[in-house]
Design a binder for this molecule. Structure first.
Ligand code: FAD
Ligand code: AMP
Length: 475
């Protein structure tokens, strides 16, 4: 078999593996190269998302939430349990097994779609060639008509907070702890910091989150952010805003953290410190001299709206290019590129990208926040519906939170949908589809929603935009 491929994908995360599969579906000859190594040295496809991100974090969020509910909520349902104990080893075994099922699933999907999966490091050479270095050091050069770079991202490290993988750790380490830290520090109140902080708080840690900015979740609608902050505080997550970490040092079996806020400098001692200050695009060893692929100052590969780099037939998708670092954004880009290569139509609607924070209550949104709409100068209407008025949410003992819809005053187009409450991440699917179709709130108002479901909250919020909510008082 000749080594000239129609497409070579470097990286098998949620941007790369869908690109490879779609290329296979498009009858292109395709290979996907990855070098991922787990802590135990085993190889896996799936990238950050499957091995160290979305999937293991959701597995632990689910387990830890069940543990907490068994302890704090089941009695309300009339379910009496004896002494509830945490078996962290089993919980972690389940997390690992969920991950393993998903990553081995990719191998099966590659086979079914004719994708050649290759373990090793891929380096783009000038002239659309890819140098593959296997784990044993052997090298092979492959040729491709198209190369898709999907090398993803890696956690940002702080120089003054030196990572040691044991006491000062990153998000991946924090997912694989084998004991519950008594005191856990988290630097950064972003999505990852809040999710990891929630997991370990539920399992018993005293969690302090240090966030340099004064505002909480500035990227979210501020009505929702304020509601979230109130719930997290009530749960016992100690989130310190305006607290910039200056340095941290391991001392004995603990970490001394120095941070400053409006009151001055403080020291905090914790047993583990998670650095969750964001991620940077990962291009280490990816590009040989003279490929012509441009990388900006922050390390992102430069692409146009169709993910084309400056070099003909070299594309880049996912976390390594501009835009939100989200698995589903990368997936859409990967599929778009594989379709464009096959001569088909492809585009990504960057205006309609859902975001989800898998805390409890869950937070999800799509489109513009009220602050963004206000700043745009466009006149708008707002409708809200509290889950406290939802029969299904009440039945689930999950009446906290709300759904909020913002629509244009002139043509009623839905501009943004924001949910904090049960299954917010699932509910945002309907809103995303509505926005993809440029729906008006009237479209949602006239769509029948099953009763009793959580989705009625979206329906009622749409009705509330025109003060026509039935199950809550219109304000
Ligand atoms: P990655 O998933 O990072 O994959 C890149 C792959 O490329 C890796 O396997 C790497 O080994 C490989 N690679 C890199 N360079 C080379 C090379 N030169 N040769 C061979 N292989 C190479 N996003 C969500 O949408 N929802 C979530 O719930 C969510 N939760 C998250 C939780 C955590 C704790 C973290 C850390 C992230 C989370 N994310 C979530 C973000 C999500 O994981 C990323 O947006 C997503 O993984 C990006 O996909 P990607 O394919 O671009 O890159
Ligand atoms: P995200 O990029 O959404 O993962 O969030 C990372 C968060 O970490 C941001 O809100 C940053 O403001 C915060 N952050 C970055 N550096 C520091 C620091 N030295 N101390 C405290 N917070 C920080």
């Amino acid at each position: 078999m000749s080594d000239v491929y129609d497409v070579i994908v470097i990286g098998s995360g949620p941007a790369g593996y869908p690109a490879a599969i779609r290329a296979g579906q498009n009858k292109l000859k395709v290979a996907c190269i990855d070098e991922w190594k787990n802590f135990d040295g085993s190889f896996a496809f799936g990238g950050t998302c499957l091995n160290a991100g979305c999937i293991p974090s959701k597995a632990l969020l689910e387990s830890s939430e069940l543990y907490l509910r068994a302890k704090e909520e089941f009695a309300t349902h009339g379910i009496k349990l004896g002494d509830i104990q945490l078996d962290l080893a089993t919980m972690q075994k389940r997390r690992a097994s969920v991950v393993k099922t998903m990553t081995t699933g990719i191998t099966a999907l590659f086979k079914a779609n004719g994708v050649v999966g290759i373990q090793g490091h891929g380096k783009l050479l000038p002239g659309n060639k890819v140098l593959v270095t296997a784990a044993d050091g052997s090298e092979k050069t492959l040729e491709a008509r198209n190369v898709i770079l999907a090398s993803g991202s890696t956690p940002i490290r702080l120089k003054s907070v030196p990572h040691d993988g044991k006491y000062i750790i990153d998000s991946w380490n924090a997912l694989e702890l084998d004991a519950v830290p008594g005191r856990l520090g988290v630097i950064g109140a972003g999505v990852i910091g809040l999710e990891l902080g929630s997991v370990w708080r539920r399992l018993g840690s005293a969690v302090t989150v240090l966030e340099a900015m004064d505002s909480f979740l500035p990227m979210a609608d501020q009505t929702i952010a304020k509601e979230a902050q109130r719930h997290f505080k009530k749960q016992g997550l100690d989130i310190k805003l305006g607290a910039k970490v200056l340095s941290a040092k391991v001392s004995g079996a603990a970490v001394d953290v120095v941070y400053s806020d409006a009151q001055g400098e403080h020291t905090l001692q914790v047993d583990k410190l998670v650095v969750a200050v964001g991620r940077r695009p990962f291009t280490d060893g990816l590009l040989a001299e003279g490929t012509g692929v441009e990388v900006d100052q922050r390390g992102f590969i430069q692409v146009d709206e169709h993910c084309r780099t400056a070099v003909p037939n070299v594309w880049a998708v996912g976390d390594v290019v501009r835009g939100p670092m989200l698995a589903h954004k990368g997936k859409e880009e990967g599929c778009m590129v594989a379709d464009l290569i096959a001569g088909k139509y492809g585009e990504v609607n960057y205006k309609v990208i859902p975001s989800v924070i898998y805390t409890a209550p869950e937070i999800a949104w799509v489109g513009l926040t009220e602050e963004q709409v206000k700043a745009s100068g466009r006149e708008y209407k707002v409708g809200t519906f509290p889950f406290a008025a939802s029969g299904r949410a009440r039945a689930m003992e999950a009446g906290a939170g709300m759904a909020k819809i913002i629509s244009a005053k002139d043509d009623d187009e839905v501009l943004g949908v924001h949910v904090i409450g049960p299954m917010a991440g699932e509910l945002i699917g309907e809103a995303t589809l509505a926005m993809e179709y440029s729906a008006s709130t009237e479209d949602i108002q006239r769509t029948m929603h099953a009763h009793p479901t959580l989705s009625e909250a979206i329906h009622e919020a749409a009705l509330s935009v025109d003060k026509k909510a039935i199950d809550a008082i219109n304000r």
